[in-house]
Design a protein around this ligand. Structure first.
Ligand code: NAD
Length: 352
């Protein structure tokens, strides 16, 4: 098949991990006889430095005309919270412009990494869950005000926004263990009371074989660490999802190994590792590219409908890890660690 993929590396370790992701895409194209046209475009802090805008029009146009977008990470101390223009503004805009309202973050521990997690191995065995985070609404997108003495951020959700994200969770749960956990703060927030009512109705009416359980976000934060294998599909609003997914990442040993897919109504999606630009290790060539490479697998599956190729990439990552390939973030104490490029090489070798 022919496909057009926008490649936006971003800042910090973004270019380092995306380089490995594109090598995997090139190898998949070669091996399975596809033609992937990959076009690089500036984004985030790098684009602010070039054009003053974190999401220049040419980059947005490239993404809008692509079948899929592969993104590294953005941000860094150079464009911190007090900067007039910040990379994160570009990230929120690109998600909204692409209409990708559902962020899927699967969390599954590779058995060979069970000792690399900060959590007791016996708590982790069998963990296999997916977060469905609402991505284009809530407090991150609400009106903001600031005076010398106060600041406000508006959180709002419509029935339609909750319905569509709940449907994504319902469809996913139907193909898994048929359980949706909806996470809110309905004892305090009006948006959460609306969320709970709508999520309950959509699952009960449209997915009769799927069960729904509601959980307060504070309680979910605790149970996620105490009994993670009880969870299957977790659906939640934008900010709760942002926080809980980083907590969830600790179940899989490192932020560096987890992928994500942001999808909307059509096939086009935005695929990125869940980590940020990691300024503390940027430029050292030691970042873990696995989260990006597994995001490539999600891209092949969701946007290009290439299931066999997606499974081949996931299998190659598993094989490389089983064979002992480790970057520093997941290396056992005292054992040598691979560079980003060497980890990419090990995965490419396993793909062959
Ligand atoms: P981070 O995810 O960048 O890093 C947290 C820790 O995890 C760091 O110690 C880092 O070295 C480590 N880490 C992250 N990815 C890794 C990888 N692939 N391999 C090995 N170790 C890895 O989070 P942060 O430090 O809070 O944020 C840094 C910057 O990234 C900030 O500017 C933030 O706004 C931005 N950020 C961007 C995104 C995104 O692009 N979607 C997401 C989160 C944070």
């Amino acid at each position: 098949m022919k496909a057009r993929i926008a490649v936006i590396a971003g800042d910090g370790i973004g270019p380092e991990v995306v380089a490995e992701g594109t090598r995997v895409l090139e190898r998949v194209a070669e091996k399975f006889g596809h033609e992937f046209q990959m076009n690089a475009a500036p984004f985030g802090g790098a684009a602010i430095d070039l054009t003053g805008d974190p999401l220049p029009k040419a980059t947005l146009d490239e993404c809008l005309s692509a079948d899929a977008v592969l993104l590294g990470a953005i941000g860094g101390p150079k464009w911190g919270p007090s900067s007039p223009v910040r990379p994160e503004q570009g990230l929120l805009r690109i998600r909204r412009e692409l209409g990708v309202y559902a962020n899927l973050r699967p969390i599954k521990l590779h058995p060979a990494l069970r000792d690399s997690s900060a959590i007791k191995p016996e708590v982790l065995d069998g963990v296999d869950l997916v977060f469905v985070r609402e991505l284009t609404g809530g407090i991150y997108f609400g009106e903001k005000t600031r005076t010398a003495t106060t600041a406000t951020d508006l959180c709002s959700y419509s029935v339609a926004e909750v319905e569509r994200i709940t449907r994504v969770a319902g469809r996913l749960a139907s193909s898994r263990r048929k359980q949706v956990f909806s996470i809110d703060k309905s004892n305090v927030l009006e948006t959460s009371r609306l969320w709970r009512e709508v999520a309950e109705r959509v699952i009960k009416q449209e997915f009769p074989d799927v069960s729904i359980e509601h959980m307060l976000v504070d309680s979910a934060a605790m149970h996620l660490i105490r009994r993670p294998r009880d969870f299957d599909v977790l659906v939640t609003e934008n900010m709760f999802g942002d926080i809980l997914t980083d907590e969830g990442a600790m179940l899989a040993s490192s932020l560096g190994v987890l992928p994500s897919a942001s999808i909307g109504e059509g096939r086009r999606g935005l695929y990125e590792p869940i980590h940020g630009s990691a300024p503390d290790i940027a430029g050292k060539g030691i970042a873990n590219p696995v989260g990006t490479i597994l995001s490539v697998a999600m891209l092949l599956r969701h946007s290009l409908a290439l299931e066999t190729e997606a499974l081949a990439v996931e299998g190659a990552v598993n094989k490389a890890i089983e064979d002992g390939a480790r970057t520093a973030d997941i290396a056992e104490k005292g054992r040598p660690a691979l560079t980003t490029r060497q980890m990419g090489d090990a995965i490419l070798a396993a793909l062959d």
